[in-house]
Design a protein around this ligand. Structure first.
Ligand code: C5P
Length: 236
């Protein structure tokens, strides 16, 4: 990733049901996005072959967004398997604390970077109490605490909302990567949107995001390639 190149800072979420659709978007967006994110929907339906398909067709990085959440031995095993696939990024959950975050050390130096999911961008600030989080702890404090633990445990970075990016950058420094989903350009219309803590591409980058994840605003645009290009201009 070269932060000077705006295209390298755009991750497209390949949130599609199968290989045919994934191939369509990989072809259409080749040379425009720096990274393709494969999530649960696509990986469960197509398995590791989908990684190979993208690698064969594209020079972009691959982000395996499986949000691993299990006992440490199982997560370590999953990370070793992901390392063999030759992907650049994978996500683990941070809610269980250091025991799971430290599994990142299993693949340190291998080229696979482990990113910790802090608080999902679909989680609203008002729903934290109902999740058992103490009322005096807001989303920003929770994200900051989890980001610090992730950094101390050997993770390469975190996934957080644009609202917390600035705080995490200040606390964790330049080297620790910040990936921001929940991106909504001003022109984007997403029907039935489930994202709550959202930011525009400009705001997220301005606040310290190293990379932004964009799914539906590109996928569902009339011209996805043009939408991606518009976002790159905004990043620039
Ligand atoms: O379509 P949209 O732009 O909302 O897509 C966001 C993508 O980012 C989805 O693939 C979602 O799984 C992912 N993501 C997220 N919030 C997180 C972590 C990942 O929205 N905290």
């Amino acid at each position: 990733m070269n932060l000077m190149n705006p295209q390298d800072r755009l991750i497209f979420a390949l949130d599609v049901p199968g290989k045919k659709e994934a191939e369509h978007y990989a072809k259409m967006l080749e040379g425009v996005v720096g990274c393709f994110k494969i999530g649960l929907e696509l990986f469960i339906s197509e398995g590791p072959d989908i990684v190979k398909m993208i690698q064969d067709r594209s020079a972009a990085n691959i982000f395996l967004d499986l949000k691993l959440h299990d006992i440490p031995a199982t997560v370590r095993g999953a990370l070793r398997s992901a390392e063999k696939l030759g992907v650049q990024y994978i996500t683990i959950h941070s809610t269980e604390g250091e025991a799971i975050l430290e599994t990142a050390q299993e693949v340190k130096g291998s080229g696979l970077e482990v990113l910790a999911v802090t608080v999902l961008t679909s989680t609203s600030a008002s729903s934290l109490a109902s999740l058992g989080i103490r009322e005096d702890i807001d989303a920003a404090a929770l994200v900051l605490d989890r980001a610090t633990r992730a950094q101390n445990s050997g993770c390469a970075g975190v996934v957080c909302s644009g609202e917390e990016a600035k705080l995490v950058k200040l606390k964790c420094g330049e080297e620790f990567k910040i990936i921001v989903p929940g991106i909504r350009p001003q022109w984007a219309r997403v029907s039935g949107d489930d994202q709550n803590r959202i930011a525009t591409p400009f705001q997220a980058i301005e606040d310290g995001a190293d990379m932004i994840v964009v799914g539906r605003p590109i996928r569902d645009a009339g011209d996805p390639r043009e939408a991606a290009q518009k976002i790159i201009e905004e990043i620039s």
